[in-house]
Design a protein around this ligand. Structure first.
Ligand code: NAI
Length: 338
């Protein structure tokens, strides 16, 4: 097989970016079909992509025997069931994070994937970012001794319109929506330890409707892992300066920091007000090349029968920790993890 024939489900905010990447930037992929239940999204696909087949139903797309794999960029509540359906239809599956907001669903889908004839991977895009990869290699090579502490944050630019409030009730809360990335990074950078205990707290600084949803717009968390390893996370929806994602890893012989200045480009302006640079406005400007690298990794691993860098167990563990953080936020108590 020269190229992987892919069907993509979900053409929303992120799905459209995936569609463009698969159609134009992943040489060993052929975007053969897309599907969306929304008329305007199918029109966009027909006008923009030049893709062969456009479906309004996922079931109909899965019935196409010529498709080798499916990409899911659909709402999180659909991921687990859609992965299982795709595997049952004989397709390899790539799915956007998180696997599910429900731990039992995660475990069931991971078991389903383990026994299927095809393979599934849940994407955590930051693992494919050049700077994070550089840091990982440095740590792997012993550059900071034994790593034992991760600080990682995912903080979004404040949106005065409060548009995100529409998605908030189904997002799983700030830790499942935002910190799940930092959780996966911490496990990866610390050698994939199991978490043993978590504590979290938070506040509603700018968006009062979140109070009625049991959610916060600024949350902090502490996670203890086996072997004396630890992580601290900060998630926010209220930053004044831009999308600011960064990570520090401390070891016995040094520290590595990734993305501390969330600069939009390499321009620095110095004048009577001091020295400054612009900041990326959202996750996509920060991680656009990594989304392409991630898609290439999936396609190459399937075509060349190589292992995925991310396992289904990684996806389950990220949800397990994020769910415990949400429980801690609501109970105001630490949560022990077995
Ligand atoms: P969105 O709501 O903009 O798009 C969802 C899409 O799914 C829409 O096109 C909708 O029409 C489609 N859809 C709904 N039901 C469907 C069905 N049964 N079959 C096929 N398509 C269906 O959502 P967004 O922001 O694009 O998020 C999608 C996923 O991507 C979420 O799981 C989210 O967690 C993840 N995401 C990941 C990010 C990252 O940094 N890696 C950032 C943003 C989102």
């Amino acid at each position: 097989m020269d190229k992987l024939r892919i069907g993509l489900a979900g053409l929303g905010r992120l799905g459209q970016r995936y569609a463009e990447n698969l159609a134009r930037a992943v040489p060993r992929a052929e975007l053969a079909a897309v599907c969306s239940p929304v008329d305007a999204e199918r029109t966009w696909a027909s006008d923009t992509l030049g893709v062969g087949t456009i479906h309004d139903s996922y079931d109909e797309m899965l019935a196409d025997p010529s498709l080798d794999a499916v990409f899911l960029v659909t709402p999180t509540s659909l991921h687990a069931a859609q992965i299982e359906q795709a595997l049952d239809a004989g397709k390899h599956v790539f799915c956007e994070k998180p696997l599910s907001l429900d731990l039992e669903d995660c475990r069931r889908t991971a078991a389903h994937a383990a026994n299927a004839g095809k393979r599934a991977m849940v994407g955590f895009v930051r693992r494919f970012d050049e700077s994070y990869r550089h840091a990982f290699m440095h740590i792997e090579g012993g550059g900071i001794g034994r790593p034992f502490l991760v600080y990682s944050q995912t903080t979004d630019l404040a949106d005065p319109s409060g548009a995100f409030l529409k998605f908030a009730p189904t997002s799983g809360g700030i830790f499942l929506d935002c910190s799940v990335h930092d959780i996966d990074l911490a496990r990866w950078l610390l050698g994939r330890p199991k978490a043993t205990k978590v504590y979290s707290t938070g506040t509603v600084a700018m968006y009062p409707p979140l109070e009625g949803m049991g959610d916060v717009d600024n949350g902090i968390a502490i996670v203890e892992f086996e072997g004396g390893r630890m992580a601290m996370f900060y998630a926010s929806r209220t930053q004044a300066h831009g999308h600011d994602t960064h990570t520090d890893v401390t070891g016995t012989a040094g520290r590595v920091s990734i993305g501390r200045n969330p600069r939009a480009d390499r321009v620095e302006i110095a004048d009577a007000n001091g020295v400054r640079n612009s900041v990326v406005p959202s996750f996509y400007e920060r991680f656009a090349p990594a989304f392409v690298t991630q898609a290439k990794h999936f396609v190459d691993a399937v075509l060349d029968d190589m292992p995925f860098e991310l396992t289904m167990d990684d996806a389950v563990e990220a949800t397990r920790i994020a769910v415990a953080l949400r429980e801690s936020l609501q109970s105001r108590q630490p949560v022990e993890l077995g």
